[in-house]
Design a binder for this molecule. Structure first.
Ligand SMILES: Nc1ncnc2c1ncn2[C@@H]1O[C@H](COP(=O)(O)OP(=O)(O)OP(=O)(O)O)[C@@H](O)[C@H]1O
Length: 292
């Protein structure tokens, strides 16, 4: 159990789609500084749970407490402003914006949280500032640009040389990196990553593992959905296993990997490469997760 105070506390979270209960009374805690991974067979309810936590979808039942406030059912922008940022399974970037501007969108979100709009004169003041650009505004812009470069540098030379290129011109892997960079620019208290290595090759996956390990070392709190079990094993303080919308196991990575209920869940789902139960039970889970 996490020792530090819970940053995220999900309780009894439920989402039904017609007759299907995608998330069924889910309880989940993430403490400050923790790296928690959510694994489970295809269709277990992982992404639906992320959608409910990040405000993209509304729960039928349950509560989501984030940083001391109940955020269940609040709009995604409000939840992001509170410091909970997420990325998407297939990556979402602003295709026509440059790499730098995509990341600036994340920083802007943070600034808005600190300096909310001033009704009525807000837009006029912004226009005036844009036309005159006093020294203070120029300094702030330069500081932001420098911050963008620092964030992009986390990804080695993948993004920095492409800083002014439009996002649509980037490779799939680079678009996914930009999405993470944008989330980081908001300085999230909690970062939700939905399969950040989906569609990436082995080298790119290994690189992402190092990047996530670096973020963890800096104290970034992370909740990760991931099918690649070796990554989950290397990074996680705790692993939560979902099946049919419920938690079926939770604990240290090695313990979860050898849990009979987990092995059964993976073997029971033909869709995750569980054709042969040969080999050790844990290797059955590994095959299933890597192939998913
Ligand atoms: N908008 C929706 N309408 C109807 N059913 C949905 C909807 N979204 C998800 N589901 C169903 O809910 C269940 C859980 O889906 P979800 O995408 O959350 O699973 P997952 O664990 O993220 O799977 P994967 O590992 O394949 O991404 C699935 O049976 C899915 O078909």
């Amino acid at each position: 159990m996490p020792a530090a105070k819970p940053l995220l506390e999900v309780s009894g979270l439920t989402r039904r789609f017609g007759g299907l209960t995608a998330v069924a009374g889910l309880d989940l805690k993430v403490a400050e500084g923790e790296f928690v991974s959510v694994i489970g067979p295809n269709g277990a309810g992982k992404t639906t749970a992320f959608n409910l936590i990040s405000g993209l979808d509304k729960p039928d039942e349950g509560t989501v407490r984030f940083d001391g406030a109940d955020v269940a059912g609040r709009p995604p922008e409000a939840i992001a402003r509170a410091g909970l940022l997420r990325t998407f399974q297939h990556g979402r970037v602003f295709a026509n914006l440059s790499v730098a501007d995509n990341v600036l969108v994340g920083a802007h979100r943070r600034l808005k949280a600190v300096r909310p709009d001033w009704p009525v004169i807000g837009p006029l003041a912004e226009l005036a500032l844009a036309l005159v650009r006093p020294a203070s505004v120029r300094r702030e812009e330069e500081a932001l640009r420098e911050e963008v470069r620092e964030i992009l540098a986390i990804f080695g030379d993948r993004l920095l040389p492409r800083i002014d290129q439009p996002a649509y011109s980037l490779s799939y892997a680079n678009r996914r990196r930009v999405e993470i960079a944008r989330a980081l620019a908001a300085r999230p208290k909690l970062l939700l990553l939905d399969e950040p290595t989906a569609g990436m090759n082995q080298t790119e996956t290994a690189e992402m593992l190092e990047i996530l390990a670096g973020l963890k070392a800096r104290g970034q709190t992370i909740l990760l959905i991931e099918h690649k079990l070796d990554m989950v094993m290397r990074l996680s303080d705790r692993v939560v296993v979902l099946d049919d919308g419920k938690t079926i196991a939770e604990g240290l990575p090695q313990a979860v990997r050898n849990d009979p209920a987990v092995i059964e869940a993976y073997l029971g789902h033909g869709g995750v490469g569980a054709a042969s139960p040969a080999g050790s039970p844990a290797s059955a889970v590994e095959r299933a997760t890597v192939q998913a």
